[in-house]
Design a protein around this ligand. Structure first.
Ligand code: PEP
Length: 244
């Protein structure tokens, strides 16, 4: 069965209780667009309140620790996030890799800790601008993905997010997006066999209402991971509409 297009908003370190009105408006719009699977990943502090505020969309987390519990001050485990109401967790976002030195091995371990308790996982990969300019972006990102993948593809999605496109207003050409996604599909099929064809590959990086339809039509694009434009219903709903 064909999977629904998956549109996920990553609120990053943005969002107070007063911003839940935006989540409610996104939720209402999503209820009228059932062909699209919509989710938001607010900061951990808002997961519980957002879960209570919405009825139609998924709610997830932006990161987890790979261990279940222990002496890890300031960290939160996947099962704690699930208890707070998260259905899925984003792992390996380039901001986590850059700001917290997360390695491919860390990302794999985090993904597996979430899968072990049946949470969804969105695993992010993407090249820097220098890597794009080297002409070897596909090989580099394919290697990054292969080294970050969990042993199972249960409830796994992958997000291809060129680092130079995040928050910059710049996007790769639709052709480059399609080429990269085909490479990533090959990695997934190589690792998981035919099951690898079921893993949705999202595009992320400056997706807006104006460019969403074009990007979502590229080969092997099964949805979008959206940062800035997901913070308001005005920004996010047009993307969901474009996906419907
Ligand atoms: C992101 O950081 O995941 C992202 C895609 O951000 P933006 O949409 O703001 O480029």
């Amino acid at each position: 069965m064909a999977q629904r297009c998956y549109i996920v908003g990553n609120w990053k370190m943005n969002g107070m209780r007063s911003d839940l009105s935006e989540a409610r408006a996104i939720d209402r719009a999503s209820s009228r667009l059932p062909k699209v699977e919509v989710a938001l990943a607010p900061p951990s502090t808002l997961i519980l309140a957002m879960r209570d505020a919405v009825n139609h969309i998924g709610v997830g987390a932006q990161n987890c620790h790979a261990a279940d519990k222990g002496a890890h001050t300031g960290d939160v485990s996947a099962n704690m996030l699930r208890e707070a109401g998260a259905d899925f967790v984003i792992v390996g976002h380039s901001e986590r890799r850059a700001d917290h030195g997360e390695t491919n091995e860390d990302v794999k371990a985090k993904a597996e800790s979430a899968q072990a308790i049946d949470m969804g996982v969105i695993l992010c990969v993407g090249e820097s601008e220098a890597e794009r300019d080297s002409g070897e972006a596909e090989e580099i990102v394919a290697r990054q993905l292969a080294a970050s993948l969990p042993d199972s593809c249960a409830r796994l999605s992958v997000a291809y997010e060129p680092i130079w496109a995040i928050g910059t207003g710049r996007v790769p050409s639709v052709q480059d997006v399609g080429t990269m996604h085909k490479w990533l599909r090959a990695v997934l099929v190589d690792r998981y066999g035919e099951d690898g064809r079921e893993v949705r590959i999202l595009y992320g990086g400056s997706v807006k209402g104006e460019n969403a339809a074009e990007l979502l039509a590229a080969p092997e694009v099964g949805g979008a991971l959206v940062g800035g434009a997901s913070l308001s219903a005005d920004g996010f709903v047009p993307i969901i509409v474009a996906a419907s």
